[in-house]
Design a protein around this ligand. Structure first.
Ligand SMILES: Nc1nc2c(ncn2[C@@H]2O[C@H](COP(=O)(O)OP(=O)(O)OP(=O)(O)O)[C@@H](O)[C@H]2O)c(=O)[nH]1
Ligand SMILES: [Mg+2]
Length: 231
């Protein structure tokens, strides 16, 4: 099978790969503004779930492999379960418009490791960025209190429509004058019943709730996959 060296992908034209899915993995996209804590959440989830689940990670950076290097440096997973995609373009393009490089990276991990969970971290972007559901099954949007407590109120497809919203860095809220209760209330209003977790993923609060949500989604995904597996 044709394999791309994902570390060397640099946003050039790549032949369209037909969307075919194999393996059992639930694919979860993690998006949100620059610096909100996406990589910290990936690391925390790997630590929380790595003992019980087979996991793999795709990171996206525009010019570097910084996030993959960080995760490997933290040894949250074996090195070969972390693949970096250098998008070379706006982060949302690589997760929504031309998902080929990311799909290739996911399929490569699925083929090599048959994981139960693949986390795909987007490069940091703005409030309009969302994942194509051709790339992921579920998506988490990560905001942080330091980005401003008015952000949930501003809505947008990530804040309002992500399957899970994480409001991160609650430990910094008092220092930056952010009203976390207001962020939670605004998120509840714009999200119309979709869940939100208040978290401080670097130090721990909220990570167990996000991990529990992921476990539940994996269970639901396995139930949905079962009939066609049998057929
Ligand atoms: N105080 C505090 N700092 C955090 C928390 N989560 C992440 N950070 C810090 O915030 C900075 C950015 O975190 P990252 O996880 O790299 O953010 P990111 O969203 O992956 O950033 P990009 O990939 O560059 O968009 C780092 O210095 C983290 O250590 C948190 O819960 N509390
Ligand atoms: Mg990151």
């Amino acid at each position: 099978m044709h394999r791309l060296d994902h570390e060397d992908l640099n946003g050039g034209a790549v032949d369209a790969t037909p969307l075919h899915r194999h393996g059992r993995a639930l694919r979860v996209g993690i998006g949100g503004p620059v610096g909100s804590g996406k990589t910290a959440l990936v690391a925390a989830l790997c630590r929380a779930l790595g003992e019980e689940l087979s996991l793999a990670v795709v990171t996206n950076d525009i010019y570097t492999t910084e996030d993959a290097d960080f995760l490997r440096g933290q040894a949250v997973l074996p090195d070969d379960r972390v693949v970096a995609v250098r998008t070379g373009c706006c982060p949302h393009t690589a997760i929504r418009d031309d998902i080929t490089a990311n799909l290739d990276a996911v399929e490569d991990l699925v083929e090599r490791h048959d994981p139960e969970l693949v986390l795909v971290e987007s490069g940091g972007d703005n409030l309009t960025a969302t994942f194509s559901y051709g790339l992921v099954d579920r998506q988490i949007f990560v905001l942080d209190t330091a980005g401003g407590d008015d952000v949930p109120r501003k809505g947008g497809p990530g804040v309002a429509g992500a399957d899970l919203l994480v409001v991160n860095k609650v430990d910094l809220a008092a220092l930056v004058g952010a009203d976390v209760d207001r962020m939670a209330a605004d998120a509840a209003r714009v999200r119309e019943g979709r869940p939100t977790v208040l978290a401080s993923v670097r130090t721990g609060p909220g990570v167990a709730e996000v991990a529990a949500w992921v476990r539940a989604e994996i269970a639901a995904h396995a139930d949905r996959a079962a009939p066609s597996d049998v057929a």
